[in-house]
Design a protein around this ligand. Structure first.
Ligand code: GLU
Length: 418
């Protein structure tokens, strides 16, 4: 899985680099992270025994600002996966025109098997191991798969203890009391909602469009409620145990309650479907909001949506992407559709650095404006260059990074070519 994600990221960079006729040195810079560390993460388990696992932190680019990106706790985390995700973060922050670069971190562990005490020991140990390479003006971690506010609070606190510098801006996605931003918890979903609604309107989809969402974590569950509140019919959702389908539309608040009580959406009344069946259901909008690689070429051949919105990072393999494009299915790429989280992370970082607290309405309004502007920018590139939206978003992001690198180097492409 991990290696594919890195290949996917480099392939996407290459498509953009070809389109922009980038010089070899810029391609080489984009192909390789600025800094990557693999660290030992010892932690104490509940029996008092020491356990040791591996962690990673990759700062792919700081050309446009401090590296920025989440921290993933998952048994499948590898160095390649983290490098690929960090690469995509650089393009994501650039396509969103945030004053940040790209990074990512992770620990190879199944956190669902750990108690809270063990998780705290693990998170603090990981933070100590990467502390010398992170900082408010260097590399700023955030939540990702299986991490949230609590982990970020532990990371900020451990960083302060190790360095003696109480700098909340060292991580984002913190609890409000620890310097978090209002709206960060629902930001990925809110960002995706904004670009889905604008795209649905542009494509002339019905206002009660049928939506299928794969993944019912932070992004998927909030997005399901938000789209249902807009009058769309969420006809199927899934989590790691499987999916539930009701062609008339599910009562999302009831599904959220079922998941909280019984542990999975499959316990909710409705037809139980497998992940593959879910991805092939008849609908208008399909939202992969789980892990990367969920849609391969075979599955792409059976997708029956008009719009695919990538709320997860890298959910479509590049073969799948080609199949979807050939079949005339529009894909809102991850660098745009999943960028709400990092955008509000940027707002949190700005608030921390300025010692400010913005209101929930202010955050929501800025996010909506930012998402719509970036969608517009991507559409413009797509229309002018006759490109699919993913390549257009990559071109936009890569061009901005390349421009920053050229300006820093004090060179212009023409001078380099001579
Ligand atoms: N993990 C999220 C992402 O992949 C958020 C990163 C951040 O907030 O820095 O975009």
């Amino acid at each position: 899985m991990g290696i594919d994600l890195h290949r996917l990221a480099l392939h996407a960079i290459d498509l953009a680099a070809d389109e922009l006729s980038l010089d070899a040195w810029l391609r080489a810079v984009l192909h390789q992270p600025e800094r990557a560390v693999a660290v030992q993460v010892p932690y104490v388990d509940d029996h008092g025994e020491m356990q040791v696992v591996t962690g990673y932190r990759v700062a792919h680019s700081t050309a446009r600002g401090p590296a920025k990106g989440g921290t993933r706790f998952h048994p499948d985390v590898t160095a390649e996966e983290v490098a690929g995700l960090a690469t995509l973060m650089s393009v994501k922050t650039a396509a969103m025109d945030l004053p940040l670069g790209g990074g990512k971190g992770g620990v190879t562990i199944d956190p669902k098997r750990l108690s809270t005490t063990e998780l705290e020991s693990l998170t603090r140990s990981y933070t100590r191991a990467i502390a010398s390479g992170i900082g408010p003006y260097l590399d700023v971690p955030a939540p990702d798969v299986n991490t949230g506010e609590q982990h970020m609070d532990w990371m900020a606190d451990e960083y302060a203890r190790v360095t003696g510098v109480a700098a909340p801006a060292v991580v984002t996605g913190k609890s409000l009391a620890a310097g978090g931003s209002l709206g960060r918890d629902t930001a990925t979903a809110a960002g995706c909602r904004a670009v889905v609604l604008a795209s649905a309107a542009k494509m002339g989809l019905p206002t009660d469009a049928r939506v299928v969402i794969q993944g019912f974590g932070n992004a998927g569950a909030h997005l399901a409620s938000m789209l249902a509140a807009e009058g769309m019919r969420v006809v199927a959702v899934s989590d790691s145990r499987g999916g539930v389908h009701d062609p008339e539309g599910l009562d999302i608040e009831a599904v959220i309650a079922t998941k909280a009580d019984a542990g999975s959406v499959v316990e909710h009344p409705g037809d139980v479907v497998t992940q593959t069946e879910l991805l092939g259901l008849d609908c208008d909008i399909l939202v992969p909001a789980a892990l990367e690689g969920a849609i391969d070429a075979d599955i792409a051949g059976s997708v029956r949506a008009r719009l695919v919105a990538e709320a997860a990072n890298g959910p479509c393999t590049f073969e799948a992407d080609d199949v979807l494009t050939d079949r005339g299915i529009a894909v809102l790429p991850d660098v745009l559709a999943s960028a709400g989280g990092v955008t509000v992370s940027c707002f949190e970082w700005e608030q921390n650095l300025a010692g400010e607290r913005w209101t929930a309405a202010d955050v929501a309004e800025r996010l909506e404006r930012h998402m719509r502007r970036s969608l517009h920018d991507v559409w413009q590139v797509a229309e002018r260059r006759a490109l699919p939206l993913r390549t257009a978003a990559m071109v936009l992001g890569v061009d901005r990074i390349a421009t920053a690198l050229e300006d820093r180097a004090g060179v212009r492409p023409t001078e380099l070519a001579s």
